[in-house]
Design a protein. Structure first.
Ligand SMILES: Nc1ncnc2c1ncn2[C@@H]1O[C@H](COP(=O)(O)OP(=O)(O)OP(=O)(O)O)[C@@H](O)[C@H]1O
Length: 277
């Protein structure tokens, strides 16, 4: 399997003045394989957004290297190849939609890539169908709900045929139903279209199904592993000011003295089985 993203000993400093600044990322190394679904969690200021901007060539590492789809992000001549391979969805849906019609919005990316108009029309229809927004093609983006706007933002990226999508807290401004729409959409893209997903979030329950979770703290990777390996370390997550899923916490509170039960519960079904034991 091809490596989609690779961080090699990456550091990033936001310079204030000459020789003075904030170390936002420090010696971070990890890699993501094609088709993986990775959850990135961490409290405010732990470096998650900086990490995502380093992937998309919005920021460039102060030290180390970032590779995306086999391209070093320091190769500035390939920046549009990188942005086409790895699309970004941001937190605020209102800041990323620019066109007056949904159809134009989704066409915007491929137009900038110089794609043939006939092919653009095909891609717009396909992308809207994939995010289940085909019926909204001729609507105005400002008439849509937050969840629908984020799905249009995702469709705009899909129309550029990306290999990977990085979502930086895409659900932070949405209500529960909007959150579910967006999460269901990205899970489907990962499963059905084999698109690599990097999902940055504060909500643990959104990454319970991920292939792997990376926990950031003070610019470094504090924990990394499968959801079960990471989310079951309740005490450590609390030390890192993170909330564990309620069901995991409940099971953890019910653990017995021998620690033979109450560990590693991530879903309601597992909780029911535990209580029947
Ligand atoms: N433009 C900037 N200039 C200076 N320092 C910055 C800038 N952006 C972020 N920082 C600092 O870098 C560190 C990491 O910030 P970053 O935004 O990457 O964290 P985050 O985990 O995404 O936070 P949040 O969850 O609040 O979005 C923080 O200490 C932050 O104050």
């Amino acid at each position: 399997m091809e490596k989609m993203i690779e961080f090699k000993n990456v550091g990033y400093i936001y310079e204030k003045h000459e020789g003075e600044g904030t170390m936002a990322i420090e010696d971070v190394s990890f890699s993501v394989k094609e088709g993986e679904f990775i959850g990135i969690i961490g409290h405010n200021g732990s470096g998650k957004s900086t990490l995502s901007k380093l992937i998309n060539g919005i920021l460039f590492p102060t030290s180390g290297e970032v590779w995306v789809a086999g391209i070093n992000t320091n190769d500035h001549s390939r920046i549009w190849d990188i942005r086409q391979s790895a699309g970004m969805v941001f937190q605020n849906p209102d800041n990323q939609l620019v066109a007056t019609m949904v159809e134009e919005e989704v066409a915007f990316g491929p137009e900038n890539l110089g794609v043939d108009p006939k092919e653009i029309r095909k891609r717009v229809d396909e992308a809207l169908k994939t995010v289940e927004m085909g019926a909204y093609k001729n609507k105005k983006p400002h008439q849509l709900s937050g969840g629908q706007k984020q799905r249009i933002a995702i469709a705009g990226i899909l129309a550029m045929k990306p290999k990977c999508i990085i979502l930086d807290e895409p659900t932070a401004m949405l209500d529960p139903s909007g959150r579910k729409e967006v999460i269901d959409t990205i899970k489907r893209l990962n499963k059905d279209e084999n698109i690599t997903i990097l999902h940055i979030t504060h909500y643990m329950d959104e990454v319970v199904d991920a292939d792997r979770i990376i926990v950031m703290d003070e610019g470094k990777i504090a924990m990394e592993g499968t959801p079960r390996e990471v989310l079951c370390q309740v005490e450590k997550l609390k030390e890192l000011s993170l909330d564990v899923p309620q069901i995991t916490e409940l099971a953890y509170s019910l653990r017995d003295e021998n620690m033979s039960m109450g560990w590693g519960v991530l879903t309601v079904e597992e909780m029911v089985n535990l209580l029947w034991q």
